[in-house]
Structures are given as structure tokens and as C-alpha cells.
Design a protein around this ligand. Structure first.
Ligand code: G4P
Length: 523
């Protein structure tokens, strides 16, 4: 029973550069899962570009996304858990963390734009963790790049071998549909948001194909399919599961085209919950005892409920409501009377959850990203890297009477993973590092409204924060002395070098050959 429950679970995230079609694809999956009845029911959680940078608006808009952070549904014999990720790139860090809780990923690429910056970076995170990846090339109803060029681009830019499993016949107004190389059938395109288009079994060597799509296109398709079979090795599920090969599908999420094939193949080949590495040992999903870790904490948008929701990924065993569990960092036992699971638009209290599931735990500052829950074992799950931030500012107290509130607020917001804090060892000033301007506004707003504290930002010109380490203590010491004005500590007390330019960083790397400069905190 336990094994069956775990094996039928598919926990994954759909990731994309903003606007590639992540929301549209998620919505179509929910339609197939019977979670919603009509298209258009799921609101995009992306922050409208027009709402420049007013945090109030963001909060309102994100209000929708809080309950939809995880969406689960049954499809065929499978239980599908989709983890939503914020669309706005200023919250990219949130997305990276979510990727630590999934067992596989679907990447959506816009057929006209190809690989974009965000996609590249997200793929980097997948590669670091060998996460299996499926690629969906979207918007084929619009003029798209040549599919062979796209294959090359995906392979080069995402640094992964690709293997088409469907193949498009033209694109834009001439788009005829896709040929399924796996099932050997033709799926003819018919623009529609609601209807799933008909599929026809055709032997591509017969005239039937000519009748369906015209002689010229039929000949071209035959040639292209031959080329594909010649160029790409047969699709091998094991290589996909190891994160070495990414199968590619073509379609149009908006028109619900090519989505069913994608979903069917996905549930069939995507991994069930995978083993998770803790510092002490590797935890297998089918172990009888419950273990889990917190990968995301979301502030409650409802002003009457100031508590947060901590998202816990169940790594092994079965989680039960009202059973005492061990909070490793606090060395204390907690029980949860109202853990929640998430449907498309609602939250429900759950009595039990299995490895692979995500549960929401009400949180009043008990949790920190990366915290581990067990049935008593001292385990520490790892693999929640922090990337070097891209923007830095000094944070200063703007209300001398509220020093304590400010310190507490900063502390808790950092626990939630809103941004990163470094303390400069030279002048003792606190520096906040973020991926985007919006995060500074979020911090300021939340400090004021949740902690009754006021902060002020002051500029600091920095290029990158790098975690440093060395096997040569003398050289490390010499480096720290030379760069004493630029040395800081992160919240775990690790040494961080704050480089003020790319040139300075390069020189430092050349002068100090025995020092390793890391751009993520996981090494
Ligand atoms: P995102 O979550 O990745 O940011 O993308 P989202 O699904 O919100 O899609 C971004 C835009 O692209 C939307 O248009 C959406 O309708 C459109 N889109 C998604 N899939 C397809 C497709 O297969 N074909 C075409 N032609 N368009 C597609 P919008 O104008 O920004 O929003 P809306 O007014 O349509 O909601």
C-alpha cells in the first residue's frame, strides 16, 4: 500500500521564462485533471508589467497565488502534484528553492523566442541536481523558429541532449499539427481553447498522409522524420531519468494542443519521488518513517491572519495529522492539527500525506527554509543553495525607537528566504542582497506592516558575493587581511567576499590560486 501510494506520485514544477506559457499549460493540465471545468479559471500569478513596483499591488495579485502554490489532482492512476513558481524574475530565488522539492521539471519554451535568460538559469539549477527535464515548445500556432534550429539551440543553450517525441508540421497560420514519434500517429491542429483535437493513426508511408496534410508537406515530413531517426538515438527513459536527455514536445498550450500527449507521456515516464540526500545519509521515499523539509515559507496575505504557511516536502514515509514530529533545528517536538493540502483553488485540511506530497503547515516563526522534520532522527536535508545576489543595499534603521523590532523583522524575513543578509566585518553594517529591486520593496513594506519597524536603504556598489574557502589556511588568512574591507559573514557565519567589480574578482582569483570562490552557498 505504502509503496503503491508513493509510486503513483508525480511531483514536479513547470518552469519558463515569463510569458512563455507556463500558466496556460498549468491550466490545461488542471482541465485534464478535472480540477477546473473551463479554461480561463486559473489566474496568472505573474505580476502585471504595468504595475511597475507597487508592493500593495503585488501583494493583491500574489494573494491568488498563495493558495495555488501547489496544485494536486488525480490523473489516470497517478497523483500529480504541480508546484507553482512565481512568474516575476525578481522572485527567481523562490523558484530555485521550489526546484529542490520536485522530482522532475517541465520547461516551457516559446517557439518563436527559443531559449531565454530565465530558462537558461533554471536549467542550470536542474543540472546541478540531475533533475529529469521534459521540454514543451509552445505557441506553435504562431510563427516559430525552424524546429531543427530549435533543437540545436535547446541542446547548446541548455547543455542537455534533446530527443523530439513529437514533431511539428509547419507553424503559425500554416500550422497543421504534430506527428507523434512515440505512438506513430498524427494529431491535426484545430484552434480551440476547450476541445481536444482528434488524433489519427496514419502510416506515414501511405497516401493517407498526403490526403491529410497535402503532398508537399507529407513528403517533407517523411524526410524530416527520417532525419530525426538518423540523427537522434532512440529515446531512452533511463537517460531521461538521469537528467542526460530531455524529450521534446511541440504544441500550443493556449489551444490545448499537444498537451494531452505531453501529460500522458509525463505521467508514464516521470519519476516517482526520488531518494533525497541528507547530510547524514540518503533517505529513501519508501522508508516507513516520516521525514520532510521546509522549502518555502509564504506570508499570509489575509491581514487578520498574520501567520505564514511553511511548505513541507514529504521525503519519506507517511505524515499524519496530530502526530508529534521532531523539529531537528529546535530540538523539540511539534504536532500539527491543521496541515493543509492544495487543490486548484482551495485548501483542505489533510489527515495524511505520503512521500512526494507537499503539505502546508501554519507557521508563526517556528520554521526556517531548510528545516527538517522527522520521527526523532537527527537528519539535516541539504541542497538548498543560495545564489550570489545581483543587487546589494545597506539596510539602516529609520526609527531609533524600533531597533529591536527591526532586528527581529530582518531575522524572520531572512528565515523565510526573502533575501540574503551579509554583515560586513569591517564596519559591522548589514547588507541585504537580492535578485531584483522588488525584493527591497517587499522587505521595507513587510517590516513596516508586520513588525512595526522602519528601514532605510543606502547604496553600496557591489558586483558579487562569493563564498570562499581554502585548504591553505595561511593563504585564506592573507586574503582576508588584504580584503578586510570587503569581507562579510553570511547568516551561517561563513566567509563571504564582496567583490565590487568583475575585474577585482578576476584579479583576486588570479592572485590567490588556492582559494575557491563559490557563487552558490552549496559547495
Ligand atoms: P507565463 O505564465 O509563462 O508567463 O505565460 P502565460 O501562460 O500567462 O502566457 C503568456 C501569454 O502568451 C498570454 O497572453 C497567453 O495567452 C499567451 N499564450 C500562451 N500559450 C500560447 C499559445 O500556445 N499560443 C499563443 N498564440 N499564445 C499563447 P497575454 O496576452 O499576455 O495574456 P491573456 O490576455 O491571453 O491572458
Amino acid at each position: 500500500m505504502a509503496n503503491q501510494e508513493i509510486e503513483r506520485r508525480r511531483t514536479f514544477a513547470i518552469v519558463a521564462h515569463p510569458d512563455a506559457g507556463k500558466t496556460s499549460l498549468t491550466e490545461k493540465f488542471l482541465l485534464f485533471g478535472g480540477q477546473i471545468q473551463v479554461a480561463g479559471a486559473v489566474k496568472s500569478n505573474k505580476i502585471k508589467k504595468t504595475a511597475t513596483s507597487d508592493w500593495m499591488d503585488i501583494e493583491k495579485q500574489r494573494g491568488i497565488s498563495v493558495t495555488t502554490s501547489v496544485m494536486e489532482f488525480d490523473y489516470k492512476d497517478y497523483k500529480v502534484n504541480i508546484l507553482d513558481t512565481p512568474g516575476h524574475q525578481d522572485f527567481a530565488e523562490d523558484t530555485y528553492r521550489t526546484l529542490t522539492a520536485v522530482d522532475s521539471v517541465i520547461i516551457v519554451v516559446d517557439g518563436a523566442k527559443g531559449v531565454e535568460t530565465q530558462t537558461r538559469k533554471l536549467m542550470e539549477v536542474c543540472r546541478m541536481r540531475n533533475t529529469p527535464v521534459i521540454i514543451f515548445v509552445n505557441k506553435m500556432d504562431r510563427e516559430a523558429k525552424d524546429p531543427f534550429d530549435l533543437m540545436d539551440e535547446l541542446e547548446e543553450e541548455l547543455v542537455i541532449q534533446v530527443r523530439p517525441l513529437t514533431w511539428p508540421i509547419e507553424s503559425g497560420p500554416r500550422f497543421k499539427g504534430v506527428y507523434n514519434l512515440y505512438e506513430h500517429n498524427l494529431n491535426l491542429f484545430q484552434p480551440s481553447k476547450q476541445v481536444v483535437t482528434e488524433k489519427v493513426e496514419v502510416d506515414i508511408h501511405t497516401e493517407e498522409l498526403d490526403n491529410r496534410i497535402g503532398r508537399d508537406l507529407a513528403d517533407r515530413l517523411r524526410g524530416e522524420l527520417e532525419l530525426i531517426e538518423g540523427v537522434y538515438p532512440d529515446f531512452d527513459v533511463d537517460s531521461y531519468l538521469k537528467g542526460e536527455v530531455a524529450p521534446v514536445f511541440f504544441g500550443s498550450a493556449l489551444n490545448n494542443f499537444g498537451v494531452e500527449e505531453l501529460l500522458n507521456t509525463f505521467v508514464e515516464i516521470a519519476p516517482s519521488p526520488r531518494p533525497v540526500k541528507a547530510e547524514e545519509r540518503t533517505v529513501m521515499p519508501d522508508e516507513p518513517k516520516f521525514t520532510g523539509f521546509i522549502f518555502k515559507i509564504t506570508a499570509n496575505i489575509d491581514p487578520n491572519h498574520r501567520s505564514c504557511i511553511a511548505f513541507c516536502k514529504v521525503c519519506s514515509g507517511k505524515f499524519s495529522r496530530n502526530v508529534p514530529y521532531y523539529h531537528v533545528r529546535h530540538d523539540k517536538t511539534l504536532r500539527f492539527s491543521s496541515p493543509t493540502q492544495f487543490m486548484a483553488q482551495r485548501k483542505t485540511t489533510v489527515d495524511e500525506a505520503w512521500a512526494g506530497d507537499i503539505i502546508g503547515l501554519p507557521d508563526n516563526g517556528t520554521f526556517k527554509i531548510g528545516d527538517t522534520l522527522t520521527e526523532g532522527e537527527h537528519l539535516h536535508f541539504r541542497g538548498l543553495p543560495s545564489f550570489s545576489p545581483e543587487m546589494f543595499k545597506y539596510i539602516e534603521n529609520a526609527d531609533p525607537m524600533k531597533q529591536k523590532q527591526l532586528a527581529k523583522g530582518i531575522d524572520q524575513l531572512m528565515d523565510e528566504g526573502v533575501a540574503q543578509l551579509f554583515v560586513n566585518q569591517f564596519n559591522g553594517r548589514k547588507i541585504i542582497g537580492t535578485v531584483g529591486q522588488l525584493q527591497f520593496e517587499v522587505i521595507q513594506y513587510r517590516l513596516e506592516h508586520e513588525y512595526n519597524a522602519r528601514c532605510r536603504w543606502e547604496p553600496v556598489s557591489l558586483y558579487k558575493a562569493c563564498w570562499i574557502e581554502s585548504d591553505d589556511p595561511a593563504e585564506l588568512d592573507a586574503f582576508k587581511k588584504r580584503k578586510y574591507q570587503y569581507m562579510a559573514k553570511d547568516r551561517e557565519g561563513r566567509d563571504v567576499f564582496l567583490a565590487d567589480s568583475g575585474y577585482v574578482l578576476q584579479m583576486a582569483q588570479m592572485d590567490f590560486k588556492h582559494i575557491k570562490f563559490h557563487f552558490t552557498s552549496e559547495f
